[in-house]
Design a protein around this ligand. Structure first.
Ligand code: UD1
Ligand code: UDP
Length: 356
């Protein structure tokens, strides 16, 4: 029996792990131990996903959140190391590019436990992003690199991975598996009193929230779009809530608390446009045939920009306004083939078993 230790901690990782955990449960010869670092901890940033998506309760629950990047990652590293020593997994499985991802990968590598990385090979080529540092270092210590896209495979080839004794595999995107699996469970947010037609926005990237000028531009653009074009519904990430208050800004749109995944799927299905700086939400807009305006200077999901489904506008107020007006209500052709068609998680589990 191969024993996998899965490390999760942040909202998108719960969604990604939900479909892979299911595939592990359905397979023979493999068992999973789940470790939650505690990075996200509010009920609607963590527990709601376990409840909705049927993720097993974590076997190991750390309580590490807040603090600086070094402090958070360091505390996680020490605790995850202990868990690896106690549970003796054959492999550690990590997702994406958060501090929890890097801590899990590093702890395993130092103990010579092989690491599988889901979402390997994504790059923004912006080393000022904490996520770029996390994903590059995680890829460096992984031996099974599960790439969601062809671009991700090419990025790794360009970094010399073809010459290394590791496996780089294009398997598709587990977030598409989740969207397809759970789409029929979508429900409107309770008590949201939502307008009939609306733009769905999300905002949480450090590069936007932690830069006063960028945050001000974005807030002004969202306020103006809400006033002049269509209501903007924004489930507000706790990070953004804090920083908007700190900067003394007023975000005058239809604000709601962060929602569960089923509510988010409903919002994606019913909106006329997505305005976001999230990685996951860019793709989900596409899965639901909605145009996406991305408030970032780069994206890891370049194929969406190439397909005309996504426009990058940075944090420039006029660009956000123009792009929102231009794309509002447009229908985007879905091309499931770009992201693996919903079979990424079963491919991943098959490969983990094959390379045990
Ligand atoms: C993290 C990831 C980011 C990912 C995002 C998903 C890193 C470096 N960043 O960013 O890549 O896109 O998660 O949402 O790992 N907070 C709460 N309650 C919560 C969660 C967070 O109040 O449940 C607060 C924290 O106390 C902290 C702030 O929000 O002050 C930021 O949280 P943190 O996990 O450090 O980073 P995210 O911005 O969530
Ligand atoms: N999401 C959610 N509720 C929300 C906002 C986002 O369920 O209120 C989901 C979203 O649909 C996507 C994932 O969380 O599946 C994206 O997470 P986030 O934007 O926090 O992180 P990123 O993808 O940028 O790392």
């Amino acid at each position: 029996m191969q024993r996998i230790l899965t490390i999760i901690g942040a909202r998108p990782q719960f969604i990604k792990a939900s479909v892979v955990s299911r595939a592990i449960q359905q397979a023979d010869g493999i068992e999973e131990i789940l470790l939650h670092t505690g990075q996200h901890f509010d009920t609607n940033m963590s527990e709601v996903f376990f409840d909705q998506l049927g993720i097993p309760r974590p076997d190991i629950q750390l309580d590490i959140h807040g603090g600086s990047h070094g402090e958070m990652t360091g505390l996680m590293l020490a605790e995850i190391e202990q868990s690896i020593l106690t549970h003796k997994p054959d492999r550690v499985l990590v997702y994406g590019d958060t501090n929890s991802t890097l801590a899990g990968a590093l702890a395993a590598a130092k103990l010579h436990v092989p690491v599988a990385h889901v979402e390997a090979g994504l790059r923004s080529f912006n080393m000022r992003m904490p996520e770029e540092v996390n994903r590059i270092l995680t890829d460096q210590v992984s031996d099974l690199l599960f790439c969601p896209t062809e671009t991700a495979v090419k990025n790794l080839e360009a970094e010399g991975f073809a010459q290394k004794p590791v496996k780089v595999m294009q398997v598709g995107d587990v977030m598409q598996d989740a969207a397809l699996l759970f789409a029929k469970r979508s429900v409107p947010p309770v008590g949201g009193n939502l307008p009939d037609r609306f733009i769905l926005a999300t905002l949480h990237r450090a590069e936007n929230t932690d830069d006063a000028e960028r945050l001000t531009n974005i807030v002004q653009a969202l306020n103006q779009i809400h006033q002049e074009k269509a209501p903007v519904v924004l489930p507000l990430h706790p990070r953004t809530r804090k920083l908007i208050a700190q900067q003394g800004l007023s975000l005058n749109v239809h604000l709601i608390d962060p929602v569960g995944y089923f509510e988010m799927l409903w919002l994606l299905d019913h909106c006329d446009l997505v305005l976001t700086d999230s990685g996951g939400v860019q793709k989900e807009a596409f899965f639901f045939g909605k145009p996406c305006v991305t408030m970032r200077d780069q994206t890891e999901w370049v194929e969406l920009v190439e397909a005309g489904a996504n426009q990058l506008v940075g944090a420039c107020k006029n660009k956000i306004l123009d792009s929102a007006k231009h794309h509002y209500g447009r229908i985007v052709e879905d091309a499931h083939a770009l992201y693996g068609g919903g079979a990424a998680s079963s491919r991943i589990v098959k490969k983990i078993i094959e390379f045990s």
